[in-house]
Ligand binder design. Structure first.
Ligand code: ARG
Ligand code: ASP
Length: 707
């Protein structure tokens, strides 16, 4: 008997080791994983990763904007992130005359660095388990709504207390494991962030949407910013007198490069994962939501592309919008395919059956079935929400009209605010694209959403105009929002004009319908689901513990929620399909193989061709004499991890994370160690580009290199 038990324990330990690359761990609890990290090659300790007593790697990692990660690489506030994370900023500084997207941008001195309104970076000061504070006053007999109120008011108070001494402090309370635990995160947020450099899109977005989410990859996806602070090194609004921020910690750069099997660690802000979803939730995403959203976006992308090909001006204006529509569109395709291939729904169902048998007679009895029926109730409403979000909510004119309208309804009209909003909107707007999308999206809505979910306003419009294109024509030609001059001439007394505008009425009618008829149903069911998931999560942990002992428990990591996490793994190729094996790294040679002046996504700068021909690589080449470009590894990452530092076993920077492979994008829901790989940019390609392609080698003087 004893032997059998040891064997089971060994088998579990072995399989734990095999799958241990899955997971996004909380840095403040990393001491629980550090042994495993060290066993896999890491040479530093837990305090080097996260400490509140000394400078640690966490002080060199920032939340960049509200959806990317960045890292500090010099004592003077120099920061690296992805090109696609700085894309909005680079685009906003671009025009047909200075096309920084096309040609790249490099500040040759500090005076040339460009400020970016609205951009912030946040340093995590500390994080802390605050479950008892947040649930103070809770009793089991409270309803879910009462509990939510309590959590909200306790959080509010805690946030106020922890940010009381000001100076850019910002705090959030986040729920982990569906509210089984709460953590407080305190950030210091800087808002004077200047653009230092970006390669041309032909490097930074090389491969474009064709190669996006794919391996082999050759994208030089990086951009560089600098954080500025007041004289006291504290956050300060933009001012010419601000000085470069002096970080507590910045990364030392290693030029050693990577080999298959090497340890790597990603430190960043993953946005959202749903690893503990019930099979019914997975089924909805993979079989219904993803396919419908993909189809709607295919139509929008087609319309955008058609106009973008007609003019350079429209191409610039819609480049950022187009990239973001295309990005999720392609990811969902990989995700749906991956879930199918992994049979996630049936695997989860089998688990749920086992769980249910185990749960018989316990407080978890019937839970799995209950979640399933909640999903059944929710489904028609989720479907309507998906359609609303991907159709009516994507009409740019209507969104802008609603924004202007809000200024009036909130009683906050301000001429300068109006001018600012208008400049923001019209800079990148092209009405014919929007109008064609309007007609196409409304048509899809009418055809695919059951009539029960057609707002009265929609039914009336169709009966008045007969069809969507006549409706679109009328709406776009009668709205004042297609005419910038009229919008900018609006005054304090313009409310009536705005509220009676057809674009405003469109947005307002849909959003009222959603708020009255859809959202309350969703909110009710979601609350019940939340409660059920909170139990289910605890149940799964108890189940694991009773079946697999303590090791079973170790596999639970909280779903990503845009808080700082550690993921670790190793450099590894993979086999995407029978008969195909992928190497784990790519090089400049591959860029030359793809180079094609005829194809927009693959047309590299002439300078890169010349350097390749002359082999003038400086010290940036790898052992094989080639310039390394990208590499893949088994780290568990998601959206938000873009721009994250890729760290080697000595704690030095070897790359910048920017993507995942297509066959592995289901990792937000289910991680398959055979297919899930993160894609990183080799730091040597970054330095080579700065030094040889951009001629901005002066920036290297600020950086520190490992021997
Ligand atoms: N797929 C990456 C991420 O999710 C990069 C996206 C930007 N690139 C693009 N071609 N759209 O953010
Ligand atoms: N490209 C993603 C990002 O922007 C990263 C990912 O989804 O793997 O965060």
């Amino acid at each position: 008997m004893k032997r059998i038990i040891t064997t089971i324990a060994l088998a579990i330990a072995a399989s734990a080791a095999l799958h241990a690359d899955e997971g996004m761990w909380l840095p403040s609890l990393i001491s629980q994983r550090i042994q495993d990290m060290q066993d896999k090659g890491f040479r530093l300790n837990a305090e080097d990763i996260y400490s509140i007593n000394q400078a640690s790697l966490k002080d060199a990692v920032v939340l960049f904007g509200r959806g990317c990660t960045g890292e500090l690489i010099s004592p003077e506030g120099l920061l690296l992130t992805n090109h696609h994370c700085g894309y909005g900023q680079i685009q906003q500084h671009s025009s047909v005359e200075h096309d920084y997207l096309k040609d790249g941008f490099w500040a040759m001195n500090r005076d040339e660095e460009l400020p970016n309104k609205g951009l912030t970076v946040s340093f995590l000061e500390r994080m802390e388990d605050v479950t008892t504070i947040i649930l103070n006053g809770y009793s089991e007999c409270m309803s879910e709504a009462q509990r939510a109120e309590l959590v909200k008011s306790n959080s509010k108070k805690l946030i106020e207390d922890s940010t009381a001494d000001g100076q850019g402090l910002r705090a959030t309370v986040e729920s982990l494991y569906y509210g089984n635990q709460y953590f407080l995160f305190i950030y210091r947020e800087y808002s004077d962030i200047r653009l230092v450099g970006a390669p041309p899109s032909a490097v930074g977005k090389f491969g474009g949407d064709t190669d996006n989410w794919m391996w082999p990859r050759h994208t030089g996806d990086f951009s560089m910013f600098r954080i500025y602070a007041g004289k006291d090194n504290m956050p300060a609004p933009y001012s010419k007198d601000n000085i470069p921020y002096k970080p507590k910690k910045y990364f030392t750069i290693s030029l050693k490069g990577v080999e298959e099997g090497d340890f790597t660690f990603i430190y960043g802000f993953p946005g959202r994962t749903q690893e503990y979803l019930h099979s019914s939730g997975v089924r909805y995403i993979g079989e219904i939501s993803d396919p419908h959203k993909i189809r709607l976006r295919t139509i929008r992308l087609g319309i955008q592309k058609k106009y973008m090909q007609q003019s350079q001006d429209i191409r610039i204006r819609y480049s950022s919008k187009n990239a973001s529509v295309a990005n999720a569109w392609k990811k969902w395709q990989g995700e749906a395919k991956g879930l199918r291939k992994m049979n996630t729904v049936s695997t989860k169902r089998r688990f749920e059956e086992k769980f249910s048998r185990w749960a018989c007679g316990s407080r978890y009895e019937g839970l799995v079935g209950r979640i399933d029926s909640l999903y059944r109730e929710l489904e028609p409403y989720s479907y309507a929400t998906d359609y609303y979000a991907e159709t009516a909510r994507t009409i740019e004119l209507a969104n802008f009209a609603a924004k202007v309208g809000r200024m009036y309804s909130d009683g906050k009209f301000s001429k300068s605010r109006l001018e600012e909003m208008s400049a923001d909107f019209y800079r990148d707007y092209y009405a014919p694209i929007d109008m064609e999308c309007f007609a196409a999206m409304m048509d899809e809505y009418l055809r695919n959403v059951p009539e029960q979910f057609h707002p009265d306003y929609l039914k009336n419009s169709i009966s008045v105009y007969g069809n969507v294109s006549v409706w679109a024509d009328s709406l776009f030609s009668n709205s004042i929002f297609t005419r910038r001059g009229i919008v900018e001439a609006l005054e304090e007394d313009g409310a009536e004009q705005v509220f009676s505008d057809p674009a405003y009425i469109f947005a307002d009618s849909f959003s009222k319908w959603y708020a009255d008829e859809i959202w309350p149903r969703i909110a009710d069911t979601e609350r019940e689901l939340q409660l059920a998931y909170r139990d289910y999560m605890r149940g799964m942990m108890e189940y694991e513990e009773s079946v697999n002992g303590k090791q079973g428990l170790e596999k639970f990591y909280p779903d990503a929620n845009l808080t700082l996490r550690v993921a670790y793994g190793n450099i590894s190729g993979y086999s995407p399909a029978d008969g195909v094996i992928y190497e784990p790294s790519s090089s400049l040679k591959g860029i030359m193989e793809k180079d094609n002046p005829e194809i927009f996504d693959y047309n590299i700068p002439q300078r890169l061709r010349d350097i390749y021909a002359s082999k003038d690589y400086g010290k940036w080449a790898g052992k094989d004499g080639e310039i390394p470009v990208c590499f893949i590894a088994t780290n568990h990452t998601t959206g938000g991890n873009s721009g994250s530092p890729v760290i080697n076993s000595d704690g030095n920077l070897i790359g910048i994370n920017f993507d995942r492979v297509w066959e592995g994008t289901m990792s937000d829901i289910a991680f398959d160690p055979d297919f899930c790989r993160n894609i990183a940019l080799d730091i040597r390609y970054v330095l080579f580009t700065i030094d040889k392609v951009a001629g901005a080698g002066h920036l290297l003087d600020e950086m520190s290199f490992a021997e």
